[in-house]
Design a protein around this ligand. Structure first.
Ligand SMILES: NC(=O)c1ccc[n+]([C@@H]2O[C@H](COP(=O)([O-])OP(=O)(O)OC[C@H]3O[C@@H](n4cnc5c(N)ncnc54)[C@H](O)[C@@H]3O)[C@@H](O)[C@H]2O)c1
Ligand SMILES: [Zn+2]
Length: 379
């Protein structure tokens, strides 16, 4: 028996942020970061709450790649304020931190009270990047700063109840971040399409997401105020999230998690650099090559060379180049000395990463090392 579920109610398009006025809330907590304060995005939300007389408490201490310490602080905030809704407004880092806060809050209450007295606040996720798809996944990544390790958490408790995709909120994302987060979407879509757990539902969402990325990411990067392109990238991000929530990911993410934690590279950038090398590695497998062929045709890309792996690789590299993404980790500024010093530890982490378990091509230590070296030095 297999299972597929899409849980959050998704509101999208211009002015969808107004949905927050319709929930009959009395007291909400807002989880966010300083970027949202600086770019006036938090104010767009609080103005709407003020108009409706909804009281709110803001927790704005979340940092990129949120740590266990931040989650503990946020947990205290929500326990003290007892909100009827928790609104996470920000990029994947904010939404992931809010997920972990909800997860620990409910489990903490379960220790103290019987289940019928445990109240979970409504969880509203409002992404301000088009990248992680975190608004529709039951998955969060928290960083253990002491050990430079990313801890993946998975639990249905963390699935948002509502997702709001308002393109005005991503207008201010700088071009480099638009490029990196957009390539994260493409990585989710491709990895979910070929994963060992792929299924008709995940393939449907992943192929539409791939089509939208090839159609809208470059325009979204070149012309940040094109809200049609931005809205299309938000939908792509959300669809790729639905796809990988069901099918899982692959070793692009395993390697990106490890190198991202070691060298403090943004998640999307690390994925963007690693993805082409993993496409080639997985494409050695005949089944994957067949899936690439199907994905290319669903995404409207002509298979010019006749070799689906080569076409997939060339299409992704061409998109990356147009977005000025470095071709390898060395070009991204990671020194060889730093890379070699951390390589062994990064390989161990990548092998143990949960995403490795759904990679379609079997990967042993030597194969992982070869792909990681290619991602560092280039081909
Ligand atoms: N839960 C999941 O399913 C999932 C999937 C992929 C990645 N992740 C995690 O998500 C995190 C990455 O998230 P991200 O790529 O969205 O970046 P991010 O949340 O780390 O944000 C990066 C920076 O962009 C700024 N920013 C965000 N929105 C902005 C806007 N509209 N205008 C201007 N600046 C803005 C933020 O303030 C921050 O400084 C990583 O921790 C990664 O591990 C989670
Ligand atoms: Zn990702």
């Amino acid at each position: 028996m297999r299972f597929f579920q899409v849980k959050p109610a998704i509101y999208y398009g211009e002015d969808s942020l107004k949905r927050v006025q319709e929930g009959n809330y009395k007291n909400v907590c807002i989880a966010t970061d300083q970027g949202m304060v600086k770019f006036g995005i938090l104010k767009m939300l609080t103005d709407l709450l003020d108009e409706k007389g909804i009281s709110y408490h803001v927790f704005s201490d979340i940092e990129s790649d949120p740590s266990t310490d931040i989650v503990e602080k946020g947990l205290m905030h929500i326990i003290m304020n007892k909100p009827d809704a928790l609104i996470a407004i920000g990029g994947g880092s904010v939404i992931d931190a809010a997920k972990a806060i909800i997860f620990y809050c409910v489990n903490f209450k379960r220790i103290l009270f019987e289940d019928r007295f445990v109240h979970k606040p409504e969880f509203i996720a409002i992404p301000t990047t088009a990248g992680t798809g975190s608004e529709v996944t039951e998955y969060a990544v928290i960083t253990d700063k002491k050990n430079n390790t990313k801890i993946p958490l998975t639990d249905i408790l963390m699935m948002p109840d509502t997702a709001i995709l308002d393109p005005k909120l991503i207008e201010s994302v700088p071009p480099r971040a638009t490029a990196a987060t957009g390539m994260d979407v493409l990585t989710h879509a491709i990895e979910a399409f070929i994963s060992t757990n792929n299924n008709p539902f995940s393939r449907c969402y992943a192929s539409k997401a791939t089509e939208l990325v090839f159609k809208s990411l470059y325009e979204s990067y070149e012309n940040g105020s094109n809200l049609t392109a931005k809205s299309s990238m938000q939908i792509a991000s959300c669809m790729a999230g639905i796809a990988f929530n069901s099918a899982g990911l692959g070793i692009t993410h395993s390697i990106a998690h490890a190198v991202g934690a070691s060298f403090h590279l943004p998640h999307g950038l690390a994925n963007a650099i690693v993805l082409p090398y993993v496409i080639k590695f997985n494409g050695q497998n005949g089944r994957v090559e067949h899936l690439y062929q199907r994905l290319l045709s669903a995404a409207g890309i002509l298979n010019v060379s006749g070799d689906a792996t080569e076409t997939m690789y060339n299409s992704v590299v061409a998109l990356s180049q147009s977005l000025n993404i470095p071709a390898c980790l060395k070009d991204a500024g990671v020194t060889e000395e730093a890379y070699l010093a951390d390589r062994e530890a990064m390989l161990q982490k990548a092998m143990a990463d949960v995403c490795t378990t759904t990679n379609p091509q079997t990967v042993d230590y030597e194969a992982m090392k070869k792909v990681m070296d290619q991602a560092y030095y280039g081909l």
